[in-house]
Design a protein. Sequence first.
Length: 440
Amino acid sequence: MSKIEDIVSLCKRRGFIFQGSDVYGGMAGTWDFGPLGVVLKKKIMDLWWDYFVERREDIFGVDAAIIMNPRTWVASGHTATFSDPLVECKACHGRFRADKIADGISESVTTEEFRALNVKCPTCGKSDWSEIRQFNMMFETHVGPVTDDTSIAYLRPETAQGIFTNYKNVVDTIYPDVPFGIAQQGKAFRNEISPRDFILRDRECSQMEIEYFVRPDDWESQFEKMLSAQHDFLENVMGLSGELIHEYEVPAEDRAHYSKRTVDIEFDYPNGKEELMGIAYRGSFDLDNIARESGKNMEYRDKVTGETFVPHVIEPSIGVERLILAVLTNAYAEDEVGGSARIVLRLPENLAPYRFCVSPLLKNKPELVTKAREIYQDLREKYGNVTWDDSGNIGKRYRKQDEIGTPKCVVIDFDTLEDGTVTVRDRDTATQVRVKPEEL
């Protein structure tokens, strides 16, 4: 298993992910995606949208505002309960999430339970702690020219509520048959007490969520279907190894009070097993809350029978950054080629930032460069994601493209000028074959 430091180093070295605001010393819990990282991220999000929205007849997309009416978060319970247990070291004044620095305790840990464990401060090693208090993780802002209690709003901590607030709009305009889903991708913001583990736990992230509306008596079969679809997407579209993926049936005492079933899909990250995504049965909790807070009717009327009911909801939710880190972890490898060590990113072809890298064998030979440019332009017109590289010797180019994850390197040499064939070098096996450019 690779180390998180190795992946962080590769991401910075090759332009995948940089520390946010790095030029000013960085900002904890924020990350910027570079030229290759933004391509990888977009491909992942596009493939998810294609799989769950474009290729299905029963799921529809929305794109809700990031800043919503504050009543949204009152109805959802976020204003009152979206919090983590915060504890402060009295010696060094470091602040930590209590359940993350002590083994075997939950988010509902009390001060007495925490102190009984004699937990050491990760920074200074002392055991002098403050009382545990609940820290609300929503970022607060103000809307309008006056800053007072009436202008308070929040950056959304999840994309789900933007789906629920648009449920009635979708029903009234599309009038889909039950079961149906509404999907959304977008930014979410959480003021994490202690962001950590690279992009695994950060303060600004992208989410991909579906709220799937079902008949109350049909939730169990629909849950199984949606759970199966998540595995299919992760393993057969994202290319994640099934051996690194695990299901965790969340016990009743750890589930939200409205949930009869929650399954976390966990992944073996470099720092251990962590949640990759979750799928929860939310009942009618959210629609009931909206009906109570807004006074609007959230019932669905069956087109055939005229029966009315409030749909129940199955929610698969995945963080894009967590998925990106899983993809990078799954692809990262160190091996030897020709007796020398190399780092290689064995990305599936559908996720690799570049499909081909085109190079002239020698950049100081105009006839090779001209022919290479001709082939490069032709491949770009066909596939788009093709890169050009004429820096350093050919061996260094191969090593660079291995780290980027480019599946094939195409080299134009003197034989190309004679018989029209090019050398194609495979990333994973390092084997080389000669083919006609049109056979690529």
